[in-house]
Structures are given as C-alpha cells and as structure tokens.
Design a protein around this ligand. Structure first.
Ligand SMILES: NC(=O)c1ccc[n+]([C@@H]2O[C@H](COP(=O)([O-])OP(=O)(O)OC[C@H]3O[C@@H](n4cnc5c(N)ncnc54)[C@H](OP(=O)(O)O)[C@@H]3O)[C@@H](O)[C@H]2O)c1
Length: 380
C-alpha cells in the first residue's frame, strides 16, 4: 500500500578496515515503497545473540574503543589484533548491516500482501538493527494475538536450533544427547523441550550457579566441568541416558574430546562390549557455536566410530525442507511463552548499543545477560 509521507530511519553498520580497525556507526536510510510482495516493518525488538556479536564486533579489542560524535552521529572505533584480522578479509572496507532476526509492526505493505498492514511479525534475513526493515513478506511470520514484538524477537534462531537438535537426534537414530554451555538461553529451552518430549539430556555447565539454574528448571543430568569429578560424572550421566550425540556450543579446547571419551568409556564397559577397534556404536559431536575459538583437541583413545562436524540451523532447515520447517515453526509459535521463552537483561536503543560501557556488558555473553535492541527507542 502506498503512503505519501516519506520515511527514513537509522541503520547500524559494522565495518572492518583492511588496516585493522572496527568502525561502528549509524546511517540514516530513506525507506522506499515496498515491492508488490514486500513489507516495511518498524523494528521494535531484535536480540543480540552470540552470532550477531561475531559480526558486530569482529574480534576487536573493546578496551581500545574510542567514541566520537554524540546521539545519532556517534562513531566507535576499536583495534582488531593483527593475528585475527585475516579472518575478516572477505568483509574488508564494507559497512555491513547486522542483526539476524527481530520483530516489529508492518507499516507499509505491497499490493499482494496488504493483509499484513498493521500486523506484528517476526522476521529473519539479517540487517535487523535498523528502524525500518524492508523485506519479502515470505521472510515474516505473523505473531499470534497477544504476542508482543519482544516476545517474538527470538522466534527463529534459538527455538528452531533447539528443535533442530532434537530433530537431528531422531533422524540420525540417537536416543539422548549431551549439550555444552547448557545454561545459555538456548540451553534452558533445550532442557524444557527434552523434558516435554521425554528425551534424555546431559547438561554440561561450568559453574555451581549455572548448575543451580538448570536444577530449578528440572534438568535431570547436570555435569559441572569446574569440578574434579567432572569426567567421572560425565561417564555416569552418559551411561545412564545412553547419549551418543553432542551439540557443543564451545568448540575450542578439550571438552568435545572429553565427551567422546566419556561416551566411548560408557559403551565399552557394557558386558561383552570388548572390541579391539573400540565400540562400534557411532558417537557424534556437532560443534554449533564458537564460544571458544581455539583448536578443537581430541584424545584418540575413542575407537573408530566417531565424528565431529559443524552444524548450522539455517542449513539444517534447508536440508529438511519447507514442510518440516513449517511444522517446527508452528510448534515454536504455540509454545512461545513456555518452552521457547527468551528472557532479556535489558532493552537498549541503537545509540545505546554503541556506548562502550554497554558494549562491554553485552559482549560478556554471560549466562542470563542477553540484550534486546529496540530501534524504536531512538528518535525517528
Ligand atoms: N549453529 C547454529 O545454528 C546456532 C544457532 C543458535 C545459537 N547458536 C550458538 O548457541 C550458543 C548459545 O547461544 P545463546 O544465545 O543461548 O547464548 P547466551 O544465552 O548468550 O549464553 C551464552 C552462554 O555461553 C557461556 N559461555 C560463554 N563463553 C564460554 C566458554 N568459553 N566456555 C563455556 N561457556 C561459555 C556463558 O556462560 P558464562 O556465564 O559462564 O560465561 C553463557 O551461559 C552460542 O554459541 C550461539 O552461537 C548456534
């Protein structure tokens, strides 16, 4: 639907220069008329997930951050260590939009999708740290009545990843799984989901506080990697659940290898299980996050039936196809305020997101400290 009033809004950009500088800024963008199948959405909520932080901050040393300008004119510059710069060569000197997913209200709609005008929708497709996002209506999911943009901001990534993990387990013939960094927002969803679906889940955390959070959610198997008894505890939990699949958000260091050792040990100790090549039961680790970017170290005393691979929700959904994806999406919407609820520590504007003290806070990626950007809080 056409509207004569001109519309413009701020968009957050992240640029990595070939000389090793990160530049964050806000740019005013004119919003054109949407195409026939497009909508313009006023973005009112978009989470700052670890994957967004990777694009936004690009491994810059935040202690070097310097700010110039005020209000919408704010620009942040920080140094990227030379050793890490090569990894960003593909995006040198290009200001990139950021923000994988979000939610808001449709303020303009093309002629084929006018029914969406005024509706609240969740969106995927990137570039969500912006006041107005123009996108194909097919990338939007209308939110049910009573669901606010804040409730719907994280519909796509974490809930679909938790469901994708369970779907992977079923499709690959496993009966229980291990999850690392398990007190994360996603980990808490997975605890509720596995409990509801009757799937065995071993939760690996790294502190007593995180163990307590999961205990209060009803998690049955929690192994704290900060305890001396961790490896023994893990073997017991894996043996009890029969877990042969792991989703590892950490990736770097020795944890993935220690989980494989625990699985192999639990399988080998079954009566009559001896085989000189190790257990024939396949043990799989999917590294699905990069919370630790060091190399992944695997102790090879794990026989010959194991694998480590990467896993990305978008590619998994492409693999299972649109029908299965829609089934999972419908489940997310129907359990949005229960199984798939996300909690946020603070709601911030685009300009707040460029304040060095706020950047340091959200970059901690700490348990229970997820931030939500609401670009509608910035002056239009
Ligand atoms: N592959 C995919 O398709 C996909 C999709 C969605 C999410 N993810 C990944 O899923 C993970 C969780 O996302 P989220 O949004 O739920 O995160 P979140 O709520 O922001 O929580 C992050 C968690 O990671 C822990 N953590 C941070 N660094 C760690 C380290 N080096 N070792 C162990 N634990 C560490 C934090 O614990 P502390 O408080 O102890 O720091 C916190 O519990 C992220 O890695 C994200 O990238 C991947």
């Amino acid at each position: 639907m056409s509207d004569d009033t001109s519309l413009s809004g701020l968009e957050l950009h992240s640029e990595v220069t070939s000389s090793g500088e990160l530049i964050l800024s806000l740019t005013r963008i004119d919003v054109g008329e949407p195409g026939d199948d497009e909508v313009v959405v006023r973005v009112e909520a978009s989470p700052l997930n670890p994957s967004d932080l990777g694009i936004l901050l690009a491994a810059a040393e935040l202690s070097t951050a310097k700010t110039t300008g005020t209000g919408n004119e704010i620009v942040v510059r920080a140094t990227i260590p030379a050793a890490k710069l090569g990894g960003f060569a593909g995006r040198f000197d290009q200001p990139l939009p950021v923000g994988n997913e979000g939610a808001g209200t449709v303020v303009r709609a093309g002629r084929n999708v006018e029914a969406l005008l005024g509706k609240r929708v969740a969106m995927q497709g990137g570039g969500m740290y912006v006041q107005y996002r123009t996108l194909d209506a097919a990338q939007c999911l209308p939110l049910p009545d009573g669901v606010t943009p804040k409730d719907g901001a994280s519909v796509f990534i974490n809930p679909m990843t938790a469901l994708g993990m369970v779907e992977t387990l079923r499709r690959e013939g496993h009966s229980a799984l291990v999850h690392t960094a398990a007190a994360s927002n996603l980990g808490q969803m997975l605890v509720r989901l596995c409990e509801k679906d009757g799937i065995g889940l071993v939760n690996i955390v790294r502190s007593a506080e995180q163990a307590q959070i999961l205990r209060e959610l009803g998690a049955r198997h929690i192994c704290d990697s900060s305890l001396e008894s961790f490896d023994a505890d893990l073997i017991e939990a894996v043996a009890e659940t029969g877990a042969t699949l792991t989703f590892d958000a950490i990736g770097g260091g020795e944890l993935a290898g220690r989980i494989l050792v625990a699985m192999e040990t639990a399988l080998r100790r079954k009566p009559g299980a001896y085989n000189r090549y190790g257990s024939q039961v396949h043990k799989q680790v999917y590294v699905y996050g990069g919370l630790d970017l060091r190399p992944t170290i695997v102790d090879r005393s794990i026989g010959m039936a194991w694998g480590i691979g990467g896993w990305l929700v978008m590619w998994f959904l492409e693999k299972i196809g649109p029908e299965a994806t829609q089934r999972l999406q419908a489940r997310v919407l129907s359990e949005l305020k229960t199984t798939f609820e996300s909690r946020y520590t603070a709601e911030i504007s685009l300009t707040d997101a460029l304040r060095p003290d706020v950047m340091a806070a959200y970059n901690r990626r700490a348990t229970g400290e997820k931030y939500l950007i609401n670009p509608a809080l910035d002056a239009a």
